[in-house]
Design a protein around this ligand. Structure first.
Ligand code: SAH
Ligand code: SF4
Ligand code: F3S
Length: 484
């Protein structure tokens, strides 16, 4: 046995004495990590720095806040960049191939940093790690990665970190699934005044192109009382805007012991005093209920913004995508929403070049986009994900057709969103000030209820405040304005 594989006796002792119950156990490991970090600080004569890099969606962003929460509790400070970090973690996304490539590209750079600072710890987690071929590649080509874990055991991060700091070999622990939701671990929020909140994990929809159900597992809802208590404590802490997170929030609550609907949950949340803005994403069109539209229409706290991914305007393609609605059903739903909430801002996701997509199918998408008049659209080129049904479909669309369609869609989308944005010019809206503007000196950036962005004169003292801002000029994707 090489020296490297001998279990450190100190680690053995720590693990032997760890409590069984999960929250207590992780708190114990945070304390143990803290002791080790402290002794390294003493030896180096400086604080240890960490860097958490997030790829992908809001769920990953929220997970990263949990990781940072644990790191800070253990004594790490946030580094300015990777070069000055003693611990770097990439929380990865695998929804499209380019997300994976970015990670591989950056890993090479991390390897070169580690050569200069051999004590640096490199970790990888998130959706990409749930894929076997990725893990194989890391084992073979990226031996210097110290710790790899997945989406299901993220709550064990403190325990895994303790293992990593006392071991010299690569630790790889990824689970296929979990039915556990571990509450009450420390979190560091990126913003003091707004926060994402998981209401559910996983996805049961299996859209034929999508890897998410395979890497995030089956749908699990948190208990409403846990969600409400978390929001109340955030509000006590100064948060006034929340974003409820789930891959398909409209099917929230189905598996609970006492099932409740998303609309009911939303209604209960609107009653929390001190909370001013409620957002949620993502809504699957097939499950969007009349009850939800009613709750949205009747509560001024719920932002009048709905992200309603359509993916394609062709009923034939939607069927092969396993989306379970037709173009006509989607359009009827949109009409119903617009009739009940006239000032609603609608946004969507569209995939171009799904296997078998013809020119006619694509024209249906353009037609739908023109009919709905979205405020903004996220457009994606279809990316083949190993393990999904669509990856095995024979009729992949030639690259030049895809890129021609993609450019055309982009043009149509830009015209429509510019027109939709333009109509707000000259009006005054309440905005929540989020940040100092890094491009325009002396400006801050605020967000309207409909998710549009406005830059206007101001300073740090305004961050987290609600102000009325006149929208002076539309610049395409954002506004320039003046506080009134
Ligand atoms: N749960 C959300 C979306 C999660 S993924 C929903 O169902 O709406 C975010 C977006 O990525 C999807 O809406 C889809 O447009 C896009 N996407 C997912 N898989 C993709 C793939 N294989 N190729 C290209 N885009 C994809
Ligand atoms: Fe993917 Fe469909 Fe689930 Fe969204 S609903 S995460 S697109 S499988
Ligand atoms: Fe990506 Fe995972 Fe989110 S694959 S989009 S980070 S759920």
């Amino acid at each position: 046995m090489s020296k490297k594989t001998i279990v450190n006796p100190k680690l053995y002792e720590i693990i032997e004495n760890a409590p069984e119950e999960e929250v207590k156990r992780q708190e114990y490991f945070i304390e143990k990590l803290k002791e080790e970090i402290h002794s390294r600080e003493q030896r180096l004569g400086r604080k240890l720095k960490c860097m958490v890099n997030t790829f992908g969606c809001q769920m990953n962003a929220r997970d990263s806040e949990k990781i940072l929460g644990i790191l800070e509790k253990a004594g790490y400070e946030e580094a300015e960049d990777e070069k000055h970090a003693d611990f770097v973690i990439y929380n990865t996304c695998t929804v499209r191939e380019n997300a994976n490539n970015k990670v591989y590209g950056r890993l090479g750079y991390l390897g070169s940093l580690k050569k200069k600072n051999p004590e640096m710890i490199i970790a990888l987690c998130g959706c990409m790690m749930q894929e076997e071929h990725v893990r194989e590649k890391i084992k073979e080509s990226y031996r210097y990665v110290d710790l790899v874990f997945g989406t299901h055991n993220i709550y064990k991060f403190a325990e895994l970190m303790v293992n990593a700091v006392y071991t010299n070999k690569q630790i790889m622990e990824v689970w296929d699934s979990t039915d556990k939701i571990v509450e009450e671990l420390p979190i560091v929020r990126k913003y003091s005044f707004k926060s994402g909140i998981n209401i559910m994990f996983g996805c049961n929809n299996f859209c034929s192109y999508c890897i998410v159900p395979y890497v995030r597992g089956r749908e699990r809802s948190r208990k409403p009382e846990d969600i409400i208590n978390e929001i109340k404590s955030l509000v006590n802490d100064g948060v006034s805007e929340i974003m409820l997170l789930g891959q398909n929030v409209n099917s929230y609550g189905k598996g609970l012991e006492n099932p409740i609907t998303f609309a009911e949950l939303l209604h209960q949340i609107t009653e929390i005093d001190g909370l001013r803005r409620i957002r949620f994403m993502t809504s699957h069109p097939k499950d969007l209920s009349d009850e939800l539209i009613d709750v949205m229409a009747s509560s001024p706290k719920i932002c009048k913004h709905l992200h309603l991914p359509v993916q394609s305007g062709s009923t034939d393609i939607l069927k092969v995508m396993n989306r379970r609605y037709t173009k006509e059903q989607y359009l009827m739903l949109v009409d119903k929403i617009k009739a009940r909430i006239p000032d609603i801002s609608l946004t969507t996701d569209i995939i171009v070049g799904f296997p078998g997509e013809t020119e006619e199918d694509f024209e249906e998408t353009i037609d739908l986009v023109e009919k709905v008049q979205y405020d903004s659209i996220f457009t994606f080129i279809y990316s083949k994900r190993t393990g999904t049904p669509a990856a095995k479909m024979g009729n992949q669309v030639p690259e030049e057709d895809v890129s021609r369609r993609f450019d055309r869609l982009l043009n149509v989308v830009q015209d429509i969103s510019a027109k939709r944005m333009e109509r707000l010019t000259g009006r005054t809206y309440e905005v929540l000030v989020e940040d100092i503007n890094t491009q325009l000196e002396g400006f801050v950036t605020g967000r309207l209820e409909n998710n549009a962005i406005v830059h206007f004169k101001g300073n740090t003292s305004l961050i987290g405040q609600y102000l009325n801002v006149h929208l002076d000029e539309c610049k395409g994707f954002y506004f320039l304005g003046t506080a009134v």
